[in-house]
Design a protein around this ligand. Sequence first.
Ligand code: LLP
Length: 465
Amino acid sequence: MVHLDGDITVSDGHLVFDGVDVVALARRVATPFFVFSPRRIRWNVSAMVNAFTRRHLDTEIFFASKACSNLWFLDQVRRAGINLEVNSGGELWKAQRAGFAPAQIIFNGVAKTRDEIRAAVEAGVRALVVDSVYELERIAEVAAAVGRPAAVDLRVDVNVATLTHPGLVTAHGGKPGIDLDDALEAFAFAGAHEALAPRGLHLHIGSQITGVEPYLAAVEKGLDLIEAVAAAGVPLDHLNAGGGFAIPYRDQPVCEPVDYFCSALTIDDYAEAICGVLERRRPGLKLLLEPGRSISGNTALLVTTIENTKVKGLRDAAGRRVGDERWLTVDAGFNTLLEHTNYRWYYRTVVASRAAEAADTPFRLAGPLCDGGDVFAGDDDTPYRSFPAATAPGDVVVFFDAGAYSLEMMNPYNARPRAAAYAAHEGEIQMIRAADTLDDLIACDVEPGASTAATRAGGKAPAGS
Ligand code: LLP
């Protein structure tokens, strides 16, 4: 069943996204491609800003650019009035290219190089979020050499259990952050160092978190720590509660607690939880947030074409044929939607060219890559997607909620050009990213026989300056 949001409709059997017939578009330009809705970006930003500032006025939102750092997208976010979180020298560089002022940028990361730290300190970002005591010393050293104290937040693992995909847990003995037991000492060190200016506590607890309880626990623990840090003589002016708000990838009437693709929560629920604790305990403390998925996730569709079909036998353990399976292969796989195999992520699909037909026939759905893992997860607990019975090569399949961690994580595996992206608005289309050309596929290869002088300078990636 297609869940039709207000700006997704069906006309003449075709799916229409903000006035754009995606089937007609797929026949005009090469698939696969992403199509974004600037209207949805603005909706999501204003829903987020309103939900939090209504309950806690002193809230600032920093979009997590790793979710989608396309320059057009960053420009939309900036114009919508929020700031940016970056995670590398490359993301810092893109943020500045997109027009964000340094005071609008927070710099995160679990392995910052000295070059990245220098670029962030020289630019004067709002805060570098520190991942370890070792890194605190490294930042102090670089800041002293630059001759400007570094504003720092300390990321602390507040050790709360989160109900989400096991790969996305970050605050329960995962990779990021300083151990809670060492946090007080780390803040005291930062407070005493003249090259460091400690400003806040950072506690991003994971992604696609489908309950509010982890936030309640994390904010309580964070405020306890902020009080202890203040008592030790280091007053902080903000709590950064990170991002992680879930979006409903799966459309179910009732969500099972273990189904992290299904979420019944709204941004108001998260705001109520986080701001509720803050207002009760520290109404004067500034709140920072770093949402990614909940800003960009539902703003894009991925549009693909079916290229192949077949029927294969379904066999039991003894090899006897016990039924048939109908397969469909589309032109986008984990080169375009990496998370479908990386995390077995679930994206709703609909046959956009048969949007008015009953979707009642089970199909296996696969990507085009020469890799046995490039098969899409099925609906519910089955390996199958329900599509109209007549679905066949040439039909257009759309993946919903493809705006977070997708465009961003594309790769050219099997020498498949990375996809283009368009923005759709009231029937008009604008290209916001070209597909790779064949030349792009070899742009960084050194051609056999080329003189080394003719190749690019080898070595380091940009540090962000
Ligand atoms: N802040 C920090 C420090 C983060 O590590 C992340 C996400 C965010 C904010 C934004 O979280 P969000 O609001 O988007 O949940 N590739 C994976 C997601 C990795 C998330 C990484 N960190 C995926 O496709 O699910």
